[in-house]
Design a protein around this ligand. Sequence first.
Ligand code: DGL
Length: 262
Amino acid sequence: MIMNNNPIGIFDSGVGGLTVLKEIQKKLPNENIIYLGDTKNFPYGNKNKEDIIKFAIDNMNLLIKKDVKLVIIACGTATSQAIDELRRIFQIPIIGIIEPTIEYVKKQGYDEIGVIATEGTIRSGAWESKLKEMNPRIKVINKACPMLATIAEKGKAQSAEGRAVIKEYMEPFKKNHVNKIILGCTHYPIYEEIIIEELQYDVELINTGVTVAEYLDMYLNRNNLKNTENVKKEEIYLTKPENEFKNIAQNILGEIIDIKAI
Ligand code: DGL
């Protein structure tokens, strides 16, 4: 039985999903949240589909044991390769980062868009095929950014290395003045300012955390699943302890949340 006062489960391979957690906190400040970072298996971006599905199933089971009422896959790599399989296996509602973002792009009526994401996500073609399903005439410019999640996970996004890879990855967008880019990996909002500095023109960086929070709000309302109690709880679990995690979490969320091992 799904109870509306139960927590929302969120998972990612590491710190990236905290950018989604942050937007959910803003939009739905009364929801209890359990976050799971699968640091033991980080990074997901360079692994094959079978591995991603296996990790995602394990994450689902861990969250379901904590009585979550629904699960947010706050990871582009897992959304692009595992969401269909997870929905086949689990009864619980599952929201990924792609569908809510496609809804947003549809509402805006965009006909050209850039997508940056991990190698695995770009290889899956999931963003491009969903965007084209929505609008067959849309022009999609894809760019895999293999280094970004790993650099961010080390807390080095602002370093010279971080800036150098952003410069390289932004080339195809800069050349063509692409001014709407989906941040198709949840680690990427960490680079928002650096990307804007590099492009030097007016650009909309679409943060999937924002579209997910919007969609989740609607979903909870429609299904009468909003938390009605006034006690708010947030927990972060990691499958392997990581030194940098706490600092990065604090930078993203602006608050200290206790981090536990699972
Ligand atoms: N944050 C993830 C994503 O959205 C995964 C990055 C990784 O583990 O490579 O794709």
